[in-house]
Design a protein around this ligand. Structure first.
Ligand SMILES: N[C@H](CCC[C@H](N)C(=O)O)C(=O)O
Length: 291
């Protein structure tokens, strides 16, 4: 099947974007994996499929598949690239644009400086909705939040804050992201038995109350240069742990994201993420029939 695609990136998290507004391609998980493959396909962390609005109240739908072919609930960097795509392609001149993702509905605004601000929705702390299995443990209180102790191999234990942005996140505090055990602890946390749907593992270095550094070992991908929902989850956790103020610049390996969250008594205020979105190139590729 000949497929036209647009390659995009947001803070170095990269995407293959497919225009399905005039009809679906009907790709299989194996074909999504092929498109994401950096040797045999185009290469990307996620595949974004842009589709017409499924209902009133939103302008579009977009569907997200990780490089491993699995469909996921939310993608922050992808959301910014989505809105850049629909504007560049003349599919809308609305601003903000409302879009349906698997997790729910979000609103995206293109700013004068070309960056995009996304209302990412409220964080979720109900462990059953992450999902996270406490396995009979009791968490350790910190600030007005808590951390859980994940047993890893070799007797290591990882103290993690657990929450969801619609997709699951485990956030660890580290002294220096450059020396953090991302490649060794990341895969163990991603597939830890206490996360039945797996999890994105964030390694958070607090520089001061308004600046952090972050690396994320993403579920279904591995380490990416940036993770938008991961930046949201890390800042929200940092605020609740008592370490951060309500507006934080997040330095990732691929660029800077700005996260704002004004916590409230119910902890259900929306999280706002602002960052770049860039279209890199367009092309066509023959996608083999893969079941
Ligand atoms: N790997 C994530 C999905 C993509 C999230 C990330 N690329 C972002 O910008 O939020 C997951 O499995 O939940």
């Amino acid at each position: 099947m000949r497929v036209h695609f647009t390659k995009m990136q947001g803070a170095g998290n990269d995407f293959v974007v497919l225009d399905e507004t005039r009809g679906r391609l009907g790709l299989s998980a194996a074909q999504y994996r092929f498109l994401a493959d950096r040797h045999f396909g185009v290469g990307a962390d996620q595949i974004l499929s842009v589709r017409p609005a499924p209902s009133d109240g939103v302008d579009f739908e977009y569907v997200i598949h990780n490089a491993d072919g699995g469909e996921v609930e939310h993608c922050g960097n992808g959301a910014r690239c989505f809105v850049r795509f629909v504007r560049d392609k003349g599919l809308t001149d609305l601003n903000p644009v409302r879009v349906k993702v698997k997790h729910g509905e979000i609103s995206l605004s293109l700013n004068e400086d070309g960056r995009v601000t996304v209302d990412m929705g409220a964080p979720i702390f109900d462990l059953t909705r992450v999902p996270f299995d406490a396995a009979g443990q009791a968490p350790t209180p910190m600030g007005n939040f808590e951390r859980w102790t994940l047993p890893l191999t070799g007797g290591d234990v990882a103290p993690v804050a657990v929450l969801s942005m619609g997709n699951p996140h485990a956030v660890l505090l580290v002294d220096n992201v450059d020396t953090a055990p991302v490649s060794t602890w990341g895969p163990q946390i991603e597939r830890h038995v206490q996360f039945p749907a797996r999890v994105n593992a964030g390694f958070l270095q607090v520089v001061d109350r308004t600046n952090v550094r972050l690396r994320v070992y993403e579920r279904g991908v591995g380490e990416t240069l940036a993770c938008g929902t991961g930046a949201c989850a890390a800042v929200v956790a940092g605020i609740r742990l008592g370490l951060l103020d309500e507006r934080v610049d997040v330095e990732t390996r691929g660029g800077r994201l700005t996260i704002a969250w004004r916590d409230n008594a119910a902890h259900d205020a929306p999280v706002f993420m602002t960052g770049p979105a860039t279209s890199v190139f367009e092309g066509d590729i023959d996608v083999p029939e893969l079941a």
